[in-house]
Design a protein around this ligand. Structure first.
Ligand code: GLU
Length: 206
């Protein structure tokens, strides 16, 4: 089991995400990554194999990744070796969708074959990458409808944090059989795999 943290609000997201992921280190992980965005600007993704301090070093403790909305992940590899390319977030080919995932997508081989036939290019060995491409495939401008549709196509256990390029300031999250909480604070809102990640900011959690 590994970790997800997401933040959207008034502060810079990357330092909050790194701090939150550190609090989830007890869950174990082999790599980590962040996707952060500002307003209409594109989503920036940075990933690193190994400890969180490698990711912190790559991003100058998060300061090099500007933006007030983002998702972070620590990975415990189930499909594909621990590596930078297999680390999350995973993105659609046009980078319009970014996804972090805890859990396992059981029918990913079948979905990967179908999506490959439709022209999607896979860059990682993970089960998770199908989710980014599948969301892109079904995206109709309505994230909730799209995610609901995707949930009918994927089987397994998952907690997902999702950014859409055309939805600045918004994080979408869904879970099935994997833990995920939502936290509310005056300066912003959170998602996380577990309470310690966001306890410093809020106790208003559901
Ligand atoms: N199954 C996914 C992977 O191997 C997610 C693993 C996790 O929960 O960290 O990338």
């Amino acid at each position: 089991m590994c970790g997800i943290v997401g933040f959207t609000g008034r502060q810079q997201a990357a330092p909050i995400l790194l701090e939150g992921l550190e609090k989830l280190e007890y869950r174990g992980y082999d790599s980590a990554g962040l996707a952060v965005r500002n307003d209409e600007k594109k989503v920036n993704v940075v990933k690193a194999k190994g400890r969180l301090k490698a990711l912190a070093a790559k991003t100058n403790d998060g300061k090099a990744l500007a933006g007030t909305c983002g998702i972070g992940h620590t990975r415990w590899a189930t499909h594909g070796e621990p590596s930078t390319v297999n680390a999350h977030p995973h993105v659609s080919n046009d980078s319009s969708v970014a996804v972090v995932h805890n859990g396992i997508i059981e029918n990913y081989i079948e979905l990967r074959e179908k999506l490959t036939k439709k022209g999607y290019q896979f860059v990682s060995q993970t089960d998770t990458e199908v989710v980014a491409h599948l969301i892109h495939y079904y995206y109709n401008g309505n994230p909730l409808e799209t995610i609901t549709k995707v949930m009918t196509r994927i089987t397994g256990a998952y907690a997902l944090g999702i950014l859409f390029k055309d939805r600045p300031g918004e994080i979408y999250a869904v879970r099935k059989d994997s833990p995920l909480i939502v936290g509310h604070a005056d300066d912003g809102n959170f998602i996380a795999s577990d309470v310690p990640a966001i306890l410093e900011y809020t106790r208003d959690v559901y």
